[in-house]
Design a binder for this molecule. Structure first.
Ligand SMILES: [Zn+2]
Length: 586
């Protein structure tokens, strides 16, 4: 058994019953006003939120300012907590902005040439990001830095200069939908803003919250918890090992205008301890595929391959995403046409009306498509990281090695530069999401995670370590192709899927990193040029059979890891044997 170490909190949204929705939304609206007023009032003092002496953001806020609309001290503390969390997040972002400020130079914007308008120089942006490489280990924040650089470039395109300060380009981040963390209150039993009682046997809880009445006045007296909420099975399961933290009341706003309130149920529970690095016996390597999203395999410390490659094929997913993107493009064209039709008439002319009405509907539809698109990316990231952790678990690999996000390969399949960019950005979004998911899930599962330098991993023979070419197909006469899916080594004769070769190479880098770290204490990452070992043999037939061919629906590992229900199915297949092909249904 692994001993208790750190704790981790997980949050589950539970929709409140219809009869209290009106009350909850009224409360959230009132709180939102106070939170926004607080953020606006403290925006000039943003830097002070870069330093923290206490875990609770409300303590920092209440020491600086009083409520704009006093309606109870604990209620104010909860509002101050949310305002403080927003300001702390922005202060962190501002610190990152200080990193990119020296890199913002004219080269990031290409000047207007004849008919082409001024635009961003993707190459310069990428180079600037590369300069920041050394500062960040796994590149997880590269995506955030990129968003800051983009934001600064957009500022340039509008204003003709880069912003001098973070605040110059960042509007004050006021809340558009309500959120109220009860962390500022005195707890479920003694709370003055909320009460919560758990009935574990009944698999439910009783919740009550203080709200203003329809006239806006707040009651002074308190009633006992009345509202019974059923707890979903994962909450019940985690409750048996963990503790309940103060919940958060939150508004969900659908693009069609409907809104409702959920209670985020937050549970803190212990995470398993990481095994000592010196105890790790097997390493799982995975690579971002050319044809597939992720390819994974496992090696032991001598470099022997213990498992056939597993490919996470997202063909259907890609198709659906491409469809949604196409739909968005079509809707945007319609919007442009309608805008032109509307603008034929002067402002105030009633003939503008029909187009204006249709525009509202279209914009709502576009927003809905974007949400769907982003939700799918996130679902895919969760699914892929769950599968990697599942594979690490069944293959008993205590270290997962993956290609660093910093590479952000721009090899796309779109024909135009724009198509390539869209593809690259999409990938970087999914990759960023996958790294974030994987990091926290590895933490929860007690598995080590280490990024590796990707350079050379796709064009090196995993068996002899010599440079190797990739080809369009496995046929001997197939032409050499830089982004070919097949790798063939003419030195030793090894040949296999290029993504499999890359996954083995990354696993080998993981082993080299582990050995070096353990034997010499050096933390520098090995590269394909410096790694001391190759993968000479395949002894994996026994391991592959340990993967059950029929996982239960919607659940990967005894109720521990859940496949998100959104993605209907995903195909996991092995290059070596059709028998290990799995179909996972969500
Ligand atoms: Zn070779």
């Amino acid at each position: 058994m692994r001993a208790k170490r750190a704790t981790q909190s997980l949050s589950y949204p539970i929709r409140l019953a219809d009869e209290v929705q009106e009350d909850a939304l009224r409360l959230l609206d009132a709180s939102r006003e106070v939170i926004n007023a607080t953020v606006v009032a403290l925006w000039d003092r943003l830097d002070e939120f870069g330093e923290r002496e206490t875990k609770y953001a409300y303590k920092q806020v209440t020491a600086m300012i009083g409520s704009s609309d006093p309606h109870g001290d604990r209620q104010w503390r909860c509002e101050a907590e949310q305002a403080g969390r927003i300001l702390r997040g922005q202060a962190e972002r501002k610190k990152q902005f200080a990193l990119i400020l020296p890199l913002l130079e004219q080269g990031m914007i290409l000047p207007k040439i004849e008919k082409k308008p001024a635009r961003k120089n993707r190459k310069a942006i990428k180079a600037a990001l590369a300069c920041l490489r050394e500062e960040y280990s796994d590149g997880g924040s590269t995506v955030e830095l990129q968003s800051l650089i983009e934001q600064a470039c957009n500022f340039y395109l509008t204003h003709g200069c880069f912003p001098d300060t973070y605040e110059a380009m960042q509007a004050i981040p006021v809340l558009k939908v309500g959120i109220l963390p009860y962390a500022g209150d005195d707890g479920g039993e003694k709370g003055q803003a909320y009460r919560l009682r758990i009935d574990l046997e009944g698999q439910c809880c009783y919740f009550a919250f203080r709200v203003p009445d329809q006239t806006g006045s707040w009651p002074a007296s308190w009633t006992e918890p009345q509202l019974r909420l059923l707890l979903p099975p994962p909450v019940v399961e985690h409750l048996t090992q963990g503790a309940v933290l103060a919940p958060t009341l939150r508004e969900i706003a659908e693009p069609d205008g409907t809104r409702y309130a959920v209670l985020d149920f937050i549970i803190e529970f212990p995470v398993p301890e990481l095994p000592e690095r010196g105890q790790v016996q097997r390493v799982l390597g995975w690579d971002w595929g050319v044809r597939t999203l992720v390819t994974a395999t496992v090696v032991d410390l001598s470099g022997n391959r213990l498992a056939p490659p597993l490919f996470l094929d997202t063909g259907g997913f890609d198709g659906r995403q491409a469809h949604t993107r196409g739909q968005i493009d079509r809707l945007k064209k319609k919007v442009a046409k309608l805008e032109a039709r509307r603008d034929q008439f002067p402002v105030g002319d009633p003939r503008r009306e029909p187009s204006a009405r249709k525009l509202v509907t279209l914009r709502r539809e576009i927003a809905r498509c974007w949400r769907k698109y982003e939700a799918r990316n996130n679902d895919l990231a969760h699914l892929a990281s769950n599968i990697l952790i599942l594979l690490a678990t069944v293959w008993e690999a205590d270290l997962i090695a993956g290609e660093s996000l910093k590479s952000l390969k721009s090899e796309g399949r779109g024909k135009s530069a724009r198509g390539r960019w869209v593809r690259w950005r999409t990938n970087s979004q999914i990759r960023g999401a996958l790294w974030r998911c994987l990091r926290y899930k590895c933490h929860l599962a007690g598995v080590h995670l280490a990024w590796q330098h990707p350079r050379g991993t796709t064009h090196t023979c995993p068996q002899c370590g010599k440079p190797a070419q990739t080809y369009a197909s496995p046929a001997l006469e197939a032409p050499a192709l830089d982004a070919g899916a097949w790798l063939r080594c003419f030195e030793c004769g090894w040949n296999g899927a290029r993504d499999y070769a890359a996954a083995i190479n990354i696993a080998l880098l993981g082993v080299a990193f582990l050995k070096q770290d353990y034997e010499t204490g050096r933390h520098a990452r090995p590269t394909m040029k410096t790694k001391p070992l190759n993968s000479e043999s395949y002894i994996g037939s026994g391991l592959a059979l340990r993967l059950s061919p029929t996982p239960s629906r919607g659940c990967l590992d005894g109720g521990k890891m859940f496949v998100n229900g959104w993605i209907k199915s995903v195909t996991l297949h092995s290059a070596l044997s059709q028998e290990t092909m799995l179909r996972l249904c969500g």
